[in-house]
Design a protein around this ligand. Structure first.
Ligand SMILES: [Cu+2]
Length: 443
């Protein structure tokens, strides 16, 4: 199929039209579905607490090593799935440790390379409306929860399951290399929560993964089909995917934003820190390179850019681990191709002071008229007391023959790695628990 549409409006209309045809529904007003009719339209103000929602909106799973993850969820027509009150309770912790008050997608910005089409799949297309029904086989070993989608009714579309992740750790506790010592090893298993939402021909799989070692990972997988209205990519803007030089699929980007409202140890107050390491090559006299790491407290709103050996963490002000170290989570961005075509896509992370109405990274909905609409405009130097973290991961999609048909899933996302949340790895076997801070030196 080769269809050319010359302008943005006709293409946008065609795209939305297809979504409607596929899901056979009529769009009406804007609404949010919440637990037991509570309909929370914005992030709850209260700090994260052990999940206390009704059973239908609660997720609780114990994975390997005795780690239990708990959370609540709700759903709206923009972001789709929203996770609330996420807590982590590894073996040995008497109570769940609150981690996130709320977490969700905050925008998927899709600009086409010719400048003729630009979509906002969260606030414009409203992918939350187009939740896909999942078959049992699409949620292996898990349960499919029913989601009340505004204007559509009940859709069995939220998969909660577990998935193997391979080695959690391995240690041959023998100073010789023979391999005859005692081997400590375990296979890891993640709690996995996901939905599939349609955006015209594309389908987005929004996946959240919770690991036994405290790591949280979110990825968006793009699959479905290339837009048939965008097979007219010009020179330097497309890739031929039909015979010879036919049907140049137009290149475009998927810039995915997440919004994370941490509630570490039950408090919205947290500190943000940036770390940078600088490597100095050896002098002319020989020796080895040296590396120096510096910590920069981020006390005011920040638009941050990825750089080699740079990272950020959000630090609890309310709790410490048993070693007396403040608990924190490190933001670990995955591979990203920053687009930089709009002010809000120019940076990889943003830390803004919490404002209830600031919910979507661009084309924000819910603030008063005249209020700035995007995250870059909110990052204007205010002191961070209750930081909101925004993560932007971009993917420049230059199509290839293999993208048809259906398109293989392409993933983009980030992790949150626990840093000093527990005094040792929560998976440490009992035999090795005495080695905190003083591993055996082999002598
Ligand atoms: Cu794409």
């Amino acid at each position: 199929m080769h269809v050319s549409h010359g302008n943005r409006l006709s293409r946008a209309r065609a795209r939305v039209g297809a979504a409607l045809a596929v899901t056979a529904l009529l769009c009406a007003g804007i609404a949010a579905a919440g637990p037991a009719g509570a309909a929370p339209k914005a992030a709850p103000k209260a700090p994260a607490a052990p999940a206390d929602c009704s059973a239908a909106y609660k997720i609780e799973q114990t994975v390997d090593g005795g780690t239990t993850w708990r959370m609540c969820w709700h759903y709206n027509t923009y972001s789709g799935l929203i996770l609330d009150k996420v807590s982590y309770q590894p073996k040995g912790e008497a109570k769940p440790i609150p981690v996130l008050t709320t977490a969700r997608l905050a925008q998927i910005h899709v600009p086409y390379d010719d400048g003729q089409a630009e979509f906002d799949d969260i606030t414009g297309v409203e992918i939350g409306r187009y939740l896909q029904q999942l078959k049992t086989s699409e949620c292996p070993g898990g349960t499919i929860k029913t989601v009340k989608v505004p204007d559509r009714g009940n859709v069995p579309g939220l998969c909660v399951t577990t998935r193997a992740r391979g080695h959690a750790y391995r240690l041959n506790n023998d100073e010789s290399t023979s391999g005859n010592g005692k081997v400590y090893t375990a296979q890891g298993k993640d709690l996995l929560v996901y939905t599939v939402n349609k955006a015209s021909w594309y389908e987005y799989i929004t996946e959240w993964r919770f690991s036994s070692d405290g790591t949280i990972t979110s990825n968006v997988g793009a699959t479905g089909s290339l837009s048939p209205y965008d097979f007219d990519g010009g020179d330097n803007r497309g890739w031929p995917i039909g015979k010879g030089d036919q049907a140049k699929a137009e290149s475009h980007s998927h810039n995915v934003f997440w919004r994370l409202n941490f509630g570490l140890d039950g408090s919205p107050k947290a500190k943000v820190e940036q770390y940078d390491s600088k490597v100095t090559p050896p002098g002319t006299g020989g020796g080895s390179p040296t590396t120096k790491t510096t910590r920069t407290p981020v006390t005011k709103e920040l638009m941050g850019d990825r750089k080699d050996m740079r990272w950020w963490r959000v630090v609890s002000t309310a709790g410490k681990n048993k070693d007396g170290h403040p608990r924190s989570y490190e933001i670990v961005p995955g591979a990203s191709q920053k687009h930089a075509g709009r002010p809000y896509t120019k940076h990889d992370v943003y830390f803004t002071q919490y404002k209830k109405c600031e919910q979507y990274a661009s084309h924000n909905i819910g603030c008063p008229d005249g209020y700035p609409k995007s995250v870059d405009q909110w990052s204007n130097g205010e002191t961070l007391k209750h930081p909101i973290s925004w993560v932007n991961i971009g993917y420049h999609h230059i199509a290839r023959d293999e993208d048809q048909q259906p398109m293989p899933v392409h993933w983009q996302g980030f992790s949150l790695a626990p840093r000093d949340v527990t005094a040792m790895s929560p998976l440490t076997p009992g035999d090795l628990a005495g080695q905190n801070g003083r591993p055996p030196n082999g002598s």
